[in-house]
Design a protein around this ligand. Structure first.
Ligand SMILES: [Zn+2]
Length: 154
């Protein structure tokens, strides 16, 4: 999936979880969810975030490969635990949810992800091609829901 689709989904996941959680600062909460929704593609140097942070994306891509370790469940769990260590469980949830939304949306693509790699080689995939009309329609739908979510929240 593309940067903008991940961003829209991350915001959606953040807005949705605010219905069940109480964050001290919703801007920080939504920013964390959105940031971690685009972060996993740091493992691909030609992705939008990878291009901006080439000094990170280049070695990460070589060591872990695209949609390798950075597209597993272990990283969001680790990031959540780090937030927990610093006594910030709510923001940890925001980061986890954002990251998880990335994994979920990538699992809808034909390339899919291996969420438990290297322990399990099991792959989740679906039929959406990255940068296709279908992805664009999905993106528009989520943006519309995001707007609705923001407007009804305010
Ligand atoms: Zn990805």
């Amino acid at each position: 999936m593309m940067f903008k689709t991940h961003l829209a989904f991350g915001l959606f996941a953040g807005l949705l979880s605010l219905k069940f959680l109480e964050a001290k600062n919703i801007i920080i909460f939504l920013s964390l969810a959105s940031f971690f929704a685009v972060f996993p593609d740091i493992d691909e140097k030609s992705s939008k975030i990878g291009k901006r942070l080439k000094f990170l994306s280049f070695p990460i891509g070589i060591i872990f490969g695209h949609r390798g370790m950075f597209h597993t469940v272990y990283l969001p769990i680790t990031i959540f635990l780090l937030f927990l260590m610093f006594d910030n469980p709510i923001y940890g949830i925001a980061a986890f949810i954002g990251y998880f939304s990335h994994l979920l949306t990538d699992s809808l693509t034909v390339h899919g992800i291996r969420p438990f790699y290297p322990l399990l080689n099991w792959k989740i995939k679906s039929f959406i091609k990255t940068n296709s009309i279908l992805e664009f329609l999905l993106f528009l739908l989520i943006v519309a829901i995001d707007f609705y979510g923001i407007l009804t929240y305010i």
